[in-house]
Design a protein around this ligand. Structure first.
Ligand SMILES: [Zn+2]
Length: 335
């Protein structure tokens, strides 16, 4: 039988420069071969199952990477490196995952040296929120502008800041915790030790929790309730709107971003509501350059982390010397 032409399959693609992206979450891991224009040549998803231990996990990731390389029609020689975005806390300096919350079976997991040994390629590890923001910055809603702030609203609330082409980091490479911007002095107790944090008001579980008083079980039911004229649901979402307004105001005045991208599962489901609420803050913010700031929904959905990790590996492989990392100091983001 003759060779069947399948235009969607990557085997028809000629060898090109590409990197591997790995996006590790608490329940699943996505692995893909990504070309320099952000197109995914082949990808695969596997369950995380961190309880089976890190040796098992890294073995399954390596097997999946080998599979996607084969399926992409590329060879190992075409690969410039591997980028990993992982649910934090992670230590990008040591290439180590330390996430007792959603990856409890992988304490001190030295994933960077393990995969570097396995494939003989450079490997970089970043927080998954940073990887997703990089994905939007390189290939999605953040293209062509800088700095970019991404606010992610879903089961949790978080985000990342991309500045001068790199990841904004604090001391020791720490990741900013945008979900814990204080909104209300009298709000719900948050697990971070404070009360009234952004996350404890606008996350999916927070909205669902507030809905229970009115017989609404999920965030989706609260949104449907508001559309159906339920006064309780409308009051909950008015609070969400005010909290988001305050958070956007804070981000605008703290970072002076060129663009704020709203992402995450809840925004994907209710993009119009969240974008409109966020733009309210922008309208009255006369201390920021309003004409050059915009607020937009994310474009890459749950693929942002995968392509962002891969894009970061591409950039780092092209300029391995930066950003300079010195433990104990802020990262130097030389342009
Ligand atoms: Zn908090």
């Amino acid at each position: 039988m003759g060779r069947v032409y399948r235009p969607t399959r990557a085997r028809a693609v000629k060898p090109q420069r590409c990197t591997v992206g790995v996006d590790i979450g608490g329940t699943k891991i996505a692995v893909g071969v990504v070309a320099t224009d952000g197109s995914v040549l082949a990808e695969k998803t596997l369950p995380t199952k961190s309880h089976t231990g890190f040796a098992d996990g890294v073995g399954r990731i390596a097997a999946a990477v080998r599979e996607v390389i084969l399926e992409s029609g590329q060879t190992k020689e075409d690969l410039l490196g591997l980028g990993i975005g992982c649910a934090g806390p992670v230590d990008p300096l040591r290439g180590e995952i330390n996430n007792p919350h959603t990856l409890p079976g992988w304490p001190g997991a030295k994933i960077v040296p393990a995969l570097a040994r396995e494939f003989g390629l450079p490997v970089w590890l970043e927080n998954d929120a940073d990887a997703a923001a990089l994905g939007e910055y390189y290939f999605g809603a953040g293209q062509g502008v800088d700095p970019v702030v991404m606010l992610t609203i879903g089961t949790g609330v978080g985000g990342a800041v991309i500045m001068r082409g790199g990841i904004y980091r604090g001391v020791d490479g720490e990741h900013p915790e945008i979900g814990h911007i204080p909104i209300s002095f009298a709000g719900q107790r948050c697990y971070c030790g404070r009360s009234g944090c952004l996350e404890s008001i606008i996350s999916g579980p927070a909205i669902a929790d507030a809905g229970k008083k009115f017989g609404l079980e999920t965030a989706a039911e609260v949104f449907a309730g508001m559309a159906a004229g339920n006064a309780g649901a409308a009051a909950i979402l008015a609070d969400v709107q005010r909290a988001l307004d305050a958070a956007i105001w804070t981000l605008l005045h703290t970072f002076s971003p060129a663009r704020i991208i709203l992402g995450g599962g809840l925004v994907d489901a209710q993009a119009e509501f969240f974008t409109a609420a966020a733009r309210q803050a922008q309208k009255s913010a006369h201390l920021v350059a309003r004409s050059t700031v915009d607020i937009v929904p994310a474009r890459l959905g749950n693929r942002a982390g995968l392509v962002g990790a891969a894009g970061w590996a591409l950039r780092r492989s092209e300029s391995p010397g930066e950003p300079a990392v010195r433990p104990g100091h802020a990262f130097s983001l030389s342009p």
